[in-house]
Design a protein around this ligand. Structure first.
Ligand SMILES: [Zn+2]
Ligand SMILES: [Zn+2]
Length: 172
């Protein structure tokens, strides 16, 4: 499949700084009214898109797969790679974590929050949330973050900031 074949129907979605692949894929799919299966088919990736949206990176996306996806979504493979955990860095599939202060500034889920080494948000010096501070619901996979609020009690993600505890040790 060539880029020219695809472009007429594609509505491009600009990635946010630090955005995770799951969150980006969800936004792209909704902008283009595609299911995970539909996008997988369009990119010739089969079920991989659905797996990636759940952060199932075993096996990790290959260069070839990222290039196939790049053609469809109109974002370069190198940029897509930045939405993945860096090579050799472990990540947690769950719980899905959130820095509400980051979300208030830039409404996306960041891949950094899922890394095992991440203790909190360096920028805001805050601990990450792993559930809604109001009702205790776990966050959905970021591909399903449509409205930017808790799916159970509708508290806006940005509004959860006041429940984030500070980090006593300065993170570098
Ligand atoms: Zn933050
Ligand atoms: Zn809630």
């Amino acid at each position: 499949m060539k880029a020219e074949d695809i472009q007429p129907w594609v509505f491009r979605v600009e990635p946010y700084q630090g955005e995770s692949l799951s969150h980006f894929l969800g936004r792209f799919r909704r902008a283009n009214e595609l299911t995970p299966t539909g996008l997988g088919k369009a990119a010739g990736l089969g079920g991989a898109v659905a797996r990636w949206e759940k952060f199932r990176f075993n096996p990790p996306p290959s260069r070839q797969q990222l290039e196939a996806l790049a053609i469809v979504v109109g974002v370069e493979a190198d940029r897509l790679e930045q939405m993945l955990p860096p090579a050799g860095v472990g990540m947690k599939m769950e719980p899905i974590r959130l820095c509400a202060a980051c979300y208030a500034e830039s409404p996306c889920h960041k891949i950094e929050w899922q890394l095992k080494v991440t203790q909190g948000c360096k920028q805001h010096q805050l601990r990450l949330l792993s559930e809604c501070p109001n009702c205790g619901a776990r966050f959905k996979v970021p591909a399903l973050w449509v409205d930017g609020w808790c799916q159970r009690c509708f508290l806006a993600f940005g509004g959860m900031m006041k429940s984030q505890k500070g980090i006593s040790i300065i993170l570098k």
